[in-house]
Ligand binder design. Structure first.
Ligand SMILES: Nc1ncnc2c1ncn2[C@@H]1O[C@H](COP(=O)(O)OP(=O)(O)OP(=O)(O)O)[C@@H](O)[C@H]1O
Length: 265
């Protein structure tokens, strides 16, 4: 097992409010990890610091770079990305579905994935290549569509897709850079039971078929317990528990955080 993402005493204050309180975690490449916690626990703030959209007050974020990232910048081990811009963190190997990559509604699924692929940075950006017959680019984009079960929608404009398929496109775009880690923001939010099941299956399949490690925030506890190898629990900015679903469910501190102290007394 190898660490792909690590934080050390990561902290964010908003004035007097401590939103993330010196959180240190290590995320392993062989595990699907979920970050959970009651409303206001600090999950979004934590994610924003990982992806670079929010600068920490103090502490560090380190990631394992994607396999072919610039060797000079990476030196073979984890790279400190604290304070870097989101685009640079993305180029090094951490993608956040639903934020860095925006879906272009007026373009087809295939065109969107081509753009994501171009944004990987090893091709000169040329608007014509988005639609042009660049065989290598098309092949790479089609491989990503196959991985995400979107081959049948390749030529559909994103504006015409179902909600479930748009979420799949967002994951396809995140995968466009061959990242070592993908952060998913509530991947099943707003989905019906069938779409939820399909999304869970997709994440599990991608976890098996790619070298990418998946981390998610999710409110649906059934999804969390079913998909996670490891769960990190935040409460009032603090990491209060970390472990397997069974361990976390049995943790008295976690129960108190969710149910409220004294609620059953
Ligand atoms: N930009 C900001 N300015 C001031 N306070 C903020 C800001 N962003 C978040 N907070 C506060 O930080 C705390 C953590 O918020 P955060 O959104 O990270 O929690 P969360 O776990 O993602 O919650 P939810 O599940 O409701 O989305 C909350 O008290 C929130 O009000």
């Amino acid at each position: 097992m190898t660490t792909v993402l690590e934080t050390e005493d990561l902290r964010r204050e908003f004035g007097a409010l401590l939103a993330v309180d010196d959180v240190s975690v290590q995320i392993d490449d062989e595990e699907i990890t979920s970050i959970i916690g009651p409303n206001g626990a600090g999950k979004t703030t934590f994610y924003n610091m990982l992806s670079g959209t929010l600068k920490p007050t103090s502490g560090e974020v380190r990631i394992r770079p994607r396999a072919d990232a610039d060797a000079e910048r990476t030196d073979g081990g984890l790279v400190t990305v604290t304070g870097m811009e989101p685009h640079d963190i993305n180029q090094l190997g951490l993608s956040r579905a639903y934020q860095i990559n925006n879906v272009f509604d007026g373009l087809t699924v295939l065109e969107n994935v081509r753009i994501a692929r171009i944004s990987r940075g090893d091709r000169k950006f040329d608007l014509r290549s988005v639609a042009a017959d660049d065989d290598a680019l098309n092949e790479e984009a089609r491989r990503i569509l196959e991985l995400t079960n979107l081959q049948d929608a390749a030529h559909t404009k994103c504006a015409e897709l179902s909600h479930g398929d748009v979420r799949k496109v967002e994951i396809a775009l995140a995968l466009g850079t061959d990242p070592s880690v993908v952060l998913l923001d509530e991947p099943t939010a707003g989905m019906n039971a069938t779409e939820t099941r399909r999304m869970v299956d997709l994440i599990e399949d991608l976890d098996e078929q790619t070298d990418t490690t998946f981390v998610l925030t999710e409110h649906d506890m059934e999804v969390v317990l079913g998909i996670s190898d490891r769960i990190l629990v935040l409460n009032n900015g603090e990491l209060i528990a970390s472990g397997s679903p069974d361990e976390v469910m049995a943790d008295e501190t976690v129960r108190e955080a969710y149910l409220g102290k004294g609620e059953n007394e």
